[in-house]
Write a protein that binds this ligand. Sequence first.
Ligand SMILES: NC(=O)c1ccc[n+]([C@@H]2O[C@H](COP(=O)([O-])OP(=O)(O)OC[C@H]3O[C@@H](n4cnc5c(N)ncnc54)[C@H](OP(=O)(O)O)[C@@H]3O)[C@@H](O)[C@H]2O)c1
Length: 456
Amino acid sequence: MKEILDAILSSDSTSADFANVKLPESYRAVTLHKDEEQMFAGLASRDKDPRRSLHLDDVPLPELGPGEALVAVMASAVNYNTVWSSIFEPVSTFGFLERYGRLSPLTKRHDLPYHVLGSDLAGVVLRTGAGVNAWKPGDEVVAHCLSVELESSDGHNDTMMDPEQRIWGFETNFGGLAQLALVKTNQLMPKPAHLTWEEAASPGLVNSTAYRQLVSRNGAGMKQGDNVLIWGASGGLGSYATQYALAGGATPICVVSSPEKAEVCRAMGAEAIIDRSAEGYRFWKDEQNQDPREWKRFGGRIRELTGGEDVDIVFEHPGRETFGASVYVTRKGGTIVTCASTSGYMHQYDNRYLWMSLKKIVGSHFANYREAWEANRLVAKGRIHPTLSKVYSLEQTGQASLDVHQNRHQGKVGVLCLAPEEGLGVRDAELRAEHLPSINLFRELDERSVQTSRDL
Ligand SMILES: NC(=O)c1ccc[n+]([C@@H]2O[C@H](COP(=O)([O-])OP(=O)(O)OC[C@H]3O[C@@H](n4cnc5c(N)ncnc54)[C@H](OP(=O)(O)O)[C@@H]3O)[C@@H](O)[C@H]2O)c1
């Protein structure tokens, strides 16, 4: 592994150097173990601790297939899917691997008693498989997490519609939380040159998802002047949705749960902010019944912030806890666009507010090849910025996942894989200097809030 790292850190390595670098037989990776699938049985979700289920193991190097690349991973990131995987909810990811393994002899490689997680990476291509022309050893890349086969016509207009669509590092093996990773080369995109490895690795999954969900015509198709209600506006998805709303001439109405998170939204440029904890919204009276008076109070607060207007779009992902309120507060003809159900997937809402007011509920999931590429292009141009707040080592991935599970983070949390330290990998210092305050925003606010809590 040292030879690989030396080649990456040296400024004069050529593609031939990378093509000739000796590959190790095994590499270090964050894994789940199949024989531990039941380890949290009977525990409430909040008591399931990713530090117990995530392991750092030496695993054998997988065989490289046609159309694939082996990438040296400098940095990766924790996504909420790392949390779902690590607590085996809503299902164990080993079921995904078994199903994928039944497709072909090549996909059988993925069905193993361990699962290497991780759906983001920034790194360097080491080898490419047969039939790959667009990428070569030595290319500095990021990878999006859409894995498709495209053998069926269903996915030919929109690659997310492929019947064999999977999320790499969640529904497939050999993910990015490791020193090496295996991807299909159609997942590869150029690494934004002005970012460090850990910054470049952090937007991928959430940035692409927010792009499709909010901006793309496959999602809400946001336009100038729209009012956009964004749940969890300083979180992984929300921190990108807020940037897209601001960059696209819309008005974000940011919902968060603490003054520190409100400060992050303000620093991004949002003005309309609701602290749901301080204002104490209780959309559910008990397990079975919601409280429409609370929906109304919430809608009234939105109108106060918008000068009397309702929202054109709700950017939904908390699910059960908020969905009834989201449907209620959307304006006539507006769109509730949802990509998740963090608080529970059996939603309840009053359908009269949907049909009588001609509202639409749109389901959205990750992003197709083109949308992921567009989202990365905006990062590379310095129009959308990483929202990295903290960086952990590969050994600390369990702790990083626990922090996300307990909602103690802001934006995204990064993980150093092969990178020996933070701050490496910048190739365009000029573009970086132009955007430095925005690139550092989440880290600086996070450090400031840690310092404040120490001082108290
Ligand atoms: N379908 C897809 O392609 C896709 C892609 C990415 C993520 N997801 C899913 O989307 C969800 C969010 O992901 P993320 O990366 O944004 O996670 P995140 O970084 O944890 O941010 C989510 C934010 O939502 C807010 N939130 C959580 N529970 C809530 C509740 N009960 N009511 C209101 N707000 C709540 C929290 O913000 P406050 O506490 O500040 O309000 C939290 O910071 C996860 O379930 C994830 O698996 C799906």
